[in-house]
Design a protein around this ligand. Structure first.
Ligand code: UGA
Length: 450
């Protein structure tokens, strides 16, 4: 049954996923009520402001507030009571053993159950947060059923509709998905959620709750393994004087492999790949399934950023007392997100080697977020307000994200600013041939480096 345009949708949890989901449904003509326990976040939304940076997001939220189709509240029970669809978008942080902490999922489910009590009209609860298999079935369902005194599939619908959003391109990914996955307890729940996506040009997978949950984890695991394997191949390439980027071009043209997520470098970061791999590992351990590949990928990803330090040490013959610029603090370009950024192990290693580190990121908020990792810990880390300030007088630089600003660096500026024009690129940001021709020592992970 297609959803009516103008359906009321409650979004519980207005972090990254919740906000992008809200913006997507606003754009599709629905009414959205955002719910969060954080009062300042709620106030920001009601002012039409986005608490996070994501291209295009604030415009959608502002427009939603102006048109009266968006509001935010801290009252999850009432929001659930008044909505046809209730999306769970709360965070799933990691426990010390890497397993996911379901405390926010549980409290959201409880509020939803209370809100649904006595409701008519088959409201549908949809899991959007990334959760391990059996979370909807064994955790969410019993909590809602107990609090609402209704059965899933009878009084209310229960579905799992994972997101596949990349930070920096999230709104585009959400409006033009590669596929739409909808798991549900029953056909009525699945087809209600299907109606929300009516007219979207994407293959649809209708399945059960556990399979939908697993599709999300398997996708992220697969992508992380591709990056990890590319990095391992890069390290072999380094040792043999082969360019991994040329190799991966050749590999990616095989239609069975494809060209995406083969960019080797300093490793993967972010709130998803490392956390999801650890959660999957913990879930497997709990089920007594022994794993080989995923734990190795995680270990390799810890070691990978240190390849930049090895290259730098080799050129500068030691790093003690050297001034080293680190360009890029976020986990990737166009974001302020520093979670699991590979910049942190690089800074730690530089400090251990005795270097003075000059930090810079194009995104000011990324600089602010990164500061929390190092604040008050050492005087050997200096924050710089511009790329020029970071590079000026430096003995070497490491590029950790391939931002547009770094891509626009000109050889003559590098040579004018740096004490020694030595750059180690943890991605493939600038043209190595041009840099070398210009007299810059420009090296990278898995390059020919001669
Ligand atoms: C990832 C997935 O790509 C999304 O599909 C998924 O929805 C999301 O996690 C999530 O679970 O919410 P995201 O973490 O935003 O998205 O970022 P990616 O663009 O996937 O990059 C992850 C990390 O891998 C970054 O550090 C990036 O620099 C690195 N990477 C990516 C590489 O080192 N090489 C590549 O070829 C691709």
């Amino acid at each position: 049954m297609p959803a009516k345009v103008g359906e009321r949708i409650a979004i519980l949890g207005i972090g990254y996923v919740g906000l992008v989901t809200a913006a997507t449904f606003l754009k599709r003509g629905h009414n959205v009520v955002c719910v969060d326990v954080l009062k300042d976040r709620v106030a920001m939304i009601n002012d039409g402001k986005s608490p996070i940076f994501e291209p295009g997001l604030e415009e959608e939220l502002e427009q939603g507030i102006r048109s009266g189709r968006l509001m935010a509240t801290t009252d999850g029970i009432t929001a659930a009571r008044c909505s046809k669809f209730i999306f769970i978008c709360v965070g799933t942080p990691s426990m010390p053993d890497g397993s996911i902490d379901l405390k926010f999922i549980r409290s959201a489910s409880k509020d939803i159950g209370k809100g649904l009590k006595g409701r008519k009209g088959f409201p549908v609860v949809v899991m959007k947060s990334t959760v391990v298999p059996n979370t909807c079935e064994k955790v969410v369902r019993p909590i809602i059923e107990k609090a609402s005194k209704m059965r899933a599939g009878r009084g209310f619908g229960l579905a799992c509709n994972p997101e596949f959003l990349k930070e920096g391109e999230a709104l585009k990914d959400s409006l033009h998905p590669d596929r739409i996955v909808i798991g549900g307890t029953d056909d009525r729940s699945r087809s209600a959620v299907e109606g929300l996506y009516k007219g979207m040009d994407a293959p649809l997978i209708l399945t059960d709750l556990n399979t939908a949950e697993m599709i999300k984890y398997a996708s992220n695991a697969f992508l992380a393994v591709r990056v990890g394997l590319s990095n391992e191949i890069a390290n072999i390439c380094s040792a043999h004087g082969v360019d991994v980027y040329e190799v991966m071009k050749g590999v990616g043209l095989d239609k069975r492999i494809g060209p995406h997520f083969l960019r080797a470098g300093a490793g993967f970061g972010g709130s998803c790949f490392p956390k999801d791999l650890k959660a999957l590992r913990a879930a497997a351990e709990k089920a007594e399934v022994s794993l080989n590949i995923l734990p190795s990928v995680l270990d390799q990803n810890e070691a990978q950023p240190l390849e930049t330090i090895k290259l730098l040490k080799k050129v500068l013959k030691g790093l003690k007392g050297r001034r080293i610029a680190l360009l890029g603090l976020a986990f990737k370009p166009d974001t302020d997100d520093v979670r699991e950024t590979r910049a942190l192990p690089i800074v730690k290693a530089l400090l251990k080697e005795g270097a003075v580190v000059r930090l810079y990121d194009t995104n000011r908020a990324a600089m602010d977020n990164f500061r929390t990792f190092i604040k008050g810990k050492t005087k050997r880390v200096i924050e710089c307000g511009s790329i020029e300030e970071a590079l000026k007088g430096s003995d070497g630089a490491i590029i950790q994200t391939e931002s547009k600003e770094f891509k626009a660096l000109r050889p003559r500026d590098i040579k004018a600013w740096m004490r020694r024009p030595v750059i180690i690129d943890g991605r493939r940001t600038l043209d190595p041939h041009l840099m070398k021709r210009s007299g810059i020592v420009y090296r990278g992970i898995g390059w020919k480096n001669r």
